[in-house]
Design a protein around this ligand. Structure first.
Ligand SMILES: *[C@@H]1O[C@H](CO)[C@@H](O)[C@H](O)[C@H]1NC(C)=O
Ligand SMILES: *[C@@H]1O[C@H](CO)[C@@H](O)[C@H](O)[C@H]1NC(C)=O
Ligand SMILES: *[C@@H]1O[C@H](CO)[C@@H](O)[C@H](O)[C@H]1NC(C)=O
Ligand SMILES: *[C@@H]1O[C@H](CO)[C@@H](O)[C@H](O)[C@H]1NC(C)=O
Ligand SMILES: *[C@@H]1O[C@H](CO)[C@@H](O)[C@H](O)[C@H]1NC(C)=O
Length: 313
């Protein structure tokens, strides 16, 4: 993993005094990749800590939880949270003989859940920022189940809140019909920068903890709502991304319009707005196809052959 040599020392066995006065062996280890230390040993549990690659941790007992690739083993750290063995230094081969079992209660999965529906096309990301990989592309009207919230995501228009879904990825609160009642949901805790390359969970056992594979195209092009301002006397918003399509709306000069995604029709760029109609990008002061980081194509959200502009004119 290209870790500094200094980190490649033998795991040290430390002695830690427990509350009852006897001593518990703790094994010193470190995170192989950025990872999360959770309230329970399951991928969907909220985080207590975020470990950076190479960060050290002392673990005191083992338990069983979500299968990550090839292991169901999770370790409890001295910070009273659980981290998957898969993300720890793999030089320690036998945690189960070196450490005690944490006990049957430690295997419980305790989650808060709340239903929500997406108002707009939304990418569900592995962490709550537009620089994070997209796990799945979700269309407007998709029902999702939320498990936790974070106030520290990337600001979308004016809202930094993101929610983790039971597909183990994050959607921006701005993309939901309404703000969920977060008093009924756990905070997600600190979230490290994660990458699908290092945190896919192929062959995981439990569906609920598994991230769905991203559909085509394989190029991850994140989406988010962006605002643009009409730079012409008015801008027509059409039922599809062609001059011949029916006019659904008319936006005024200097009006701020929120955009979901891009369509290229014969070399001309259009944007789908949050009114679900299409404006030519040349009608805006900004250039939505060029000025914004990783603004996605609308077709990424469609089943092949049902993309915008395939009818409705
Ligand atoms: C793994 O452990 C062995 C001895 O148990 C040691 O020689 C080796 O350097 C260790 N490698 C890493 C990457 O820690
Ligand atoms: C792990 O335990 C060692 C020895 O007690 C201590 O020096 C170190 O700070 C601990 N590391 C963490 C991350 O708790
Ligand atoms: C998942 O299972 C398939 C089929 O058994 C296997 O080919 C693949 O290598 C496995 N993936 C991982 C990451 O272990
Ligand atoms: C978009 O909204 C943000 C936050 O309200 C604002 O700072 C920014 O100037 C707006 N950009 C445009 C192009 O309207
Ligand atoms: C694209 O351009 C070609 C050639 O100029 C034309 O035949 C075709 O009708 C155009 N398609 C659309 C959707 O405008």
């Amino acid at each position: 993993m290209g870790l500094p040599l200094l980190l490649r020392v033998l795991p040290l066995i430390a002695l830690r005094s427990s509350a009852s006065g006897d001593t518990t062996a703790a094994i010193g280890t470190f995170a192989d990749v950025n990872t999360e230390c959770k309230t329970c040993p399951h991928s969907l549990c909220p985080n207590i800590l975020a470990y950076e690659q190479g960060e050290s941790a002392n673990v005191t007992c083992w338990t069983r939880g979500t299968r990550i690739i090839d292991t169901t083993l999770w370790l409890r750290s001295t910070s009273d949270c659980y981290v998957t063995e898969y993300d720890l230094n793999d030089n320690i081969t036998d945690y189960t003989s070196a450490l005690p079992y944490c006990g049957p209660d430690s295997e419980d999965e305790v989650l808060t859940l709340e239903d929500a529906t997406l108002k707009y096309k939304t990418e569900c990301r592995i962490c709550p920022s537009i620089s994070c990989d997209t796990v799945t592309f979700l269309k407007e009207e998709t029902d999702v189940e939320l498990t936790c919230w974070t106030p520290d995501g990337q600001v979308i228009i004016d809202d930094p809140y993101w929610m983790r879904t039971t597909n183990n990825c994050y959607v921006a609160q701005k993309n939901l019909y309404s703000k969920p009642d977060i008093t009924n949901l756990d905070p997600c805790g600190p979230i490290p920068y994660l990458e699908i390359e290092k945190h896919f969970n192929e062959n995981g056992t439990s569906d609920i903890d598994k991230r769905d594979a991203a559909p085509e195209p394989e190029v991850f092009a994140p989406s988010y709502l962006i605002n643009a301002t009409v730079g012409e006397d008015y801008a027509l918003c059409r039922s599809c991304a062609k001059e011949t399509c029916r006019v659904k709306r008319r936006y005024m000069f200097d009006q701020e319009v929120w955009l979901q995604c891009l369509v290229n029709t014969n070399g001309t760029w259009w944007s789908e707005t949050t009114d679900f109609c299409y404006v030519k990008n040349s009608d805006f002061w900004q250039s939505p196809e060029g000025d914004y980081y990783r603004n996605p194509l609308c077709e990424y959200f469609e089943e092949p052959g049902t993309g915008p502009g395939d009818g409705d004119d």
